[in-house]
Ligand binder design. Structure first.
Ligand SMILES: O=C(O)CCC(=O)C(=O)O
Length: 323
């Protein structure tokens, strides 16, 4: 109930670190599980306090995801599970290493995407689900819909994600859209960071065809190899008590600079209904502007953490509530 109300809320409490500490205390049992990790990492703070990349400066966990290591392509070729995949998939997994994403064309059949579109519409009309404060995102639909849950926990997709992470992939959060997000370029890691770094992965599922007009997803191939940008790298405006009011805008300005400095090339994902894009924790991506007002762009994004890693929200400086 409280978290549903907070999803709609845009006032000053959203910028107060104390609001998150209260929320942390309300989930004490879940967060207590982090105590052993804090000890291992030498973090001298309560598991209910704000936390961010700053706490790990100079003491990052040494584990690096296997596909982020310099010899990743070679390791992939030598891996027995990789060798057992069909050549079409092997090519896609290689692309994940070099470009930070891969596309599974026509993964979900039309009947299933049509059913999910109808289900989202029904739940919105009946008030059983709603957009959050952005007016575009419906968070965690699988909690209300068995059908959405089947997309979220699709066994084949989960097996690919676990293979790419090198550890079991655990569903963390999902968002459904009926309109394009028009979000500026960003990496998911500013919102969902892991320690060790890089143990997040996402799927983007097209529930209808995307065109240049309906605000398609875009991404920058190869950007996942750049250093993670954290609140330490731009003027977040954070203080001991508050999250900077303009942190997100300043972050996006910083990412625009990174894109220009590295001469990254933008690509649009003109997906067909049923296609799935899998992206790396640090791939820069966003939503293109909607060129024809009122046109829909139905999609579902799912984020997964690797089992056994510590997860937190860098922009809002709080531990993630994993199950
Ligand atoms: O679907 C989109 O337009 C963007 C989604 C996105 O950026 C995200 O889920 O992080």
């Amino acid at each position: 109930m409280f978290s549903r109300l907070f999803q709609k809320y845009t006032g000053f409490l959203r910028n107060l670190k104390a609001s998150y500490v209260i929320n942390n205390l309300m989930h004490a049992a879940q967060l207590r599980r982090n105590q052993a990790f804090y000890k291992q990492m030498g973090l001298k703070k309560s598991v209910f306090s704000p936390i961010g990349a700053r706490d790990f400066e100079g003491r990052h966990h040494p584990d690096i995801p296997w596909l982020d290591r310099p010899n990743a392509l070679q390791r992939l070729e030598e891996d027995l599970t990789f060798q057992a995949f069909e050549p079409r998939l092997q090519t896609k997994f290689r692309q994940f290493v070099t470009d930070g994403y891969l596309v599974l064309e026509n993964f979900f059949p039309r009947e299933e995407t049509d059913q999910l579109v109808a289900e989202v519409e029904g739940l919105l009309n009946s008030g059983k689900t709603a957009y959050n404060y952005t007016g575009r995102k419906i968070f965690n639909l699988p909690a209300q819909s068995d059908l959405a849950n089947r997309f979220y926990r699709h066994p084949t997709l989960l097996s690919y994600l676990s293979f790419l992470l090198g550890k079991p992939a655990l569903p963390f959060q999902s968002m459904n859209f009926t309109l394009g997000s028009e979000q500026r370029a960003h990496s998911d890691s500013i919102h969902m960071m892991t320690e060790p770094q890089g143990y997040l992965i996402a799927t983007w599922i097209a529930l209808e065809d995307c065109t240049e007009e309906n605000g398609p997803l875009f991404y920058y191939p190869g950007s996942h190899r750049l250093p993670y940008v954290t609140t330490q790298d731009y003027d977040s405006g954070n203080t001991f008590f508050t999250i900077g009011e303009h942190s997100n805008r300043h972050y996006e300005d910083k990412i625009a600079e990174v894109i220009a400095q590295n001469d990254l090339k933008k690509q649009l994902f003109l997906a067909k209904r049923g296609d799935v894009l899998i992206w790396h924790a640090n791939l820069l991506h966003g939503g293109n502007p909607i060129l024809r007002p009122g046109v829909t762009r139905k999609s579902m994004v799912c984020h997964y953490f690797a089992e056994g890693v510590f997860c937190y929200h860098e922009m809002s400086q709080r531990p993630a509530l994993t199950r």
